[in-house]
Write a protein that binds this ligand. Structure first.
Ligand code: ADP
Ligand code: MG
Length: 683
């Protein structure tokens, strides 16, 4: 390939070496023998590959609405092909009365099937070649320069003519290949580009997925090894603070799950190694008290402790709650957030630095450079999924010896994701709710039934309960959302006689002070109804609130709805969640709502969420790059993930430094990957 086109390839697809080209895998194959007859296309056909003669190539419309329409027919029927972009270019290149092979997504438009922007090529001797032909992704720019998905096939084929098996060196020892029935690395690349059979393609894909997941599991295993190799703080004893609190100030009896987790934390912090523990517990399972008692344990051993929350409101709430719990014991707790400024801030910073302040509650403000602790022993991070992985790492730098870290999340992380994302952390589960909780009743209602819903809410409020009415406001800047929230607020004021019921509102566009004031009114029971956006999503705790109405529920994700629903059902009363949607909603929305109706189990919901959305979207992992696999999919390939985890752990146990000669290739691979990703910074 000449320098110009080469440069374009680099810019467009980051392909500049033979290796890059090898990793540019085909996204499908086309097999001339697998044709659909045009007449057989029906409403169940999603994608189709058809062959036929092209006629009636016409440019229609003008200016920006210009498009190209052509018709392809075979002996069973005809179908329209459409181009909205690059119409001119296509018009120049297509020839009437020639035979073409076409692939694309079938849609139905006013009674006729069509394929928009199909892959299309002349049927000639090359396309007629036997076997499966690889189809590669390309870009518009490359296409214009004549680098089509077919060109890639030629490039790759030319590459394989030059390559010998020895050029793609095997990185796995023979024993591992045999044990896990993996084909050689060379065969894998060759067969993935040019499979001679379906079976070879499957083997190739399996081998390369296996390799990807294995390398990522090895990184995790090594990270874990690092945690445990470093010295950590040793909490030697359970002292007065912990014991006093336990015997005199606990407001309720701990659940067995809470006790078990506390034992796990005590054990962990006593070993002299740094604790890195993920505490999972569904909304309302009582994680806060576990955090508080763990902090007391730090105090008993002469250390400071802090707890960090993702939002101002949550930090505030933790501050109030924890201060109240510890007030009788004479332990001072202070709040550090972005809003604490001037003299107050200076004072807190001083007290943290000289060690007189033992417990700090706060937001991200706690991990700013300017905040120095005298001897931080434990950092609790609440609702971890809101924290970037990088931020977690900054805590480490607060001490010479890294503090123990307890990460808490109410968004249960599906097993496969946890293995990939938090595989270096130990996991504790609070799998039991405090006694006396009633299952939240969840129902789906459509707009048409709104009057009945509001009537129901009013009746609950008349019994002395409180209610949330939540609107979607995904982006605070979205004008439409803001307007619908305001319109909703006006509506609520009408449904609920303003003179009789007290209504408060919180949303992200309010001044923080105003938002806090309104929130506090609801927390203190001075407001009956809280109209809100998702700013209340995480952690807010008002046990007297028993009704959650989610407006436009079709727009919410599963985890988000679960979090919101978790705001009720915290007291002894029967609680309700009403999912209000438009009269017409998409299949996906309907599915999510049915899942919400069918279960309150956070783990089940998280599994469904992962299935429906895919891992990339979840838990802010997109930007972290941790889950960027080329071929593997941790949901679909969970069996491979399990295998590789076991294999990686076994390998690290046997050869921690990977110094044995047969592990040379693996080690090189690991080094290379480590440089490319952000793994070093995680946890
Ligand atoms: P989350 O795990 O969602 O953070 P919280 O720690 O906020 O849950 O606890 C939810 C509610 O349950 C709080 O009102 C808390 O006081 C209460 N709670 C926690 N543990 C128990 C328990 N063992 N018995 C009774 N109530 C409890
Ligand atoms: Mg909480």
């Amino acid at each position: 390939m000449g320098p110009q086109r080469g440069e374009l390839l680099r810019q467009e697809l980051e392909i500049s070496t033979f290796e890059d080209l090898l990793y540019h895998f085909p996204y499908r194959y086309f097999d001339r023998t697998k044709l659909t007859r045009i007449g057989d296309i029906n409403s169940g056909t999603e994608y189709a590959q058809v062959a036929g003669t092209l006629i009636n190539i016409n440019e229609e419309g003008t200016g920006r609405k210009k498009r190209l329409v052509a018709t392809l027919y075979d002996d069973s029927g005809r179908i329209d092909l459409l181009w909205f972009q690059g119409a001119q270019w296509m018009a120049k290149n297509l020839k009437e009365n020639e035979r073409y092979i076409v692939f694309g997504k079938v849609s139905l438009y006013s009674g006729y099937y069509n394929i928009a922007h199909p892959e299309i090529e002349l049927l000639n001797s090359e396309t007629a070649a036997a076997g499966m032909q690889p189809v590669y992704s390309t870009t518009e720019k490359l296409k214009i320069k004549g680098i089509t998905n077919r060109s890639f096939a030629r490039l790759t084929a030319a590459l394989f003519e030059r390559l010998h098996a020895a050029d793609i060196v095997e990185i796995f020892p023979d024993e591992l290949l045999r044990r896990y029935k993996l084909c050689s690395r060379y065969a894998a690349f060759r067969w993935l580009h040019f499979p001679d059979t379906d079976e070879h393609e499957r083997l190739a894909r399996h081998r390369l997925k296996w390799e990807e997941l294995f390398i990522s599991q090895l990184m995790i295993a090594r990270l874990r090894l690092q945690h445990t190799a470093q010295p950590g703080l040793r909490f030697e004893k359970v002292g007065d603070n912990f014991n006093d609190f336990f015997s005199k100030h606990l407001p309720f009896e701990l659940t067995n799950a809470q006790k078990r987790v506390l034992r796990e934390i005590r054990q962990d912090t006593g070993t002299g190694k740094q604790m890195n523990r993920l505490l999972q517990g569904d909304v309302g399972s009582g994680k806060t008290i576990v955090a508080v008692m763990s902090m007391l344990l730090a105090l008993d051993n002469g250390y400071q402790a802090c707890i960090m929350a993702p939002t101002e409101i949550l930090a505030q709430q933790h501050f109030l709650g924890i201060s109240a719990l510890l007030a009788d014991m004479g332990i001072t707790v202070k709040l550090l957030t972005g809003n604490v400024k001037g003299k107050a801030r200076k004072e807190i910073l001083q007290e943290l630095a000289n060690g007189t302040l033992r417990i700090a509650v706060g937001t991200h403000a706690l991990i700013e450079e300017s905040v120095q602790f005298s001897n931080l022993g434990l950092a609790v991070i609440d609702e971890q999924h809101r924290f970037g992985v990088g931020q977690r790492a900054r805590l480490w730098k607060k001490n010479d010896v890294p503090p123990h870290v307890l990460v808490m999340t109410a968004t249960p992380i599906p097993r496969t994701l946890a293995m990939t994302l938090y595989g270096d952390l130990d996991v504790s589960n609070i799998d039991e709710l405090p006694p006396g909780r009633k299952e939240i009743k969840t129902v789906h209602r459509r707009d048409a039934a709104r009057a009945g819903v509001m009537e129901f809410v009013r009746k609950e409020v008349d019994k002395g309960r409180q209610a949330y009415i939540v609107y979607p406001l995904i982006e605070e800047s979205e004008k439409m959302d803001y307007e619908s929230l305001m319109a909703g607020y006006e509506q609520v004021k009408i449904w609920f006689n303003e003179n009789k019921y007290r209504i408060a509102m919180v949303h992200g566009r309010q001044e923080v002070a105003e938002r806090e004031r309104n929130m506090q009114r609801f927390v203190k029971g001075e407001a009956d109804v809280l109209v809100a956006t998702t700013v209340i999503e995480v952690g807010v705790n008002v046990p007297n609130a028993s009704v959650m109405v989610i407006e436009s529920a079709e727009r919410f994700g599963l985890s988000q709805m679960h979090q919101l629903r978790g705001r009720v059902g915290r007291g002894a009363d029967q609680s309700y969640c009403v999912l209000l949607t438009g009269n017409k909603i998409s299949d996906d929305s309907y599915k999510r709502i049915k899942i919400m109706e069918s279960t309150t189990n956070g783990f089940k919901i998280a599994e469904h969420d992962l299935e429906m959305r895919g891992p990339g979207d979840m838990y802010g992992t997109k930007q972290s790059g941790v889950l960027k696999f080329r071929l593997a999919d941790i949901v679909q390939d969970s069996a491979i993930l399990d295998q590789t985890r076991v294999a990686a752990q076994a390998l690290i146990a046997q050869d921690p430094g990977l110094t044995a000669p047969q592990h040379y290739g693996i080690r090189q691979m690991l080094l290379m990957q480590g440089r490319q990703s952000h793994w070093g910074k995680i946890s």
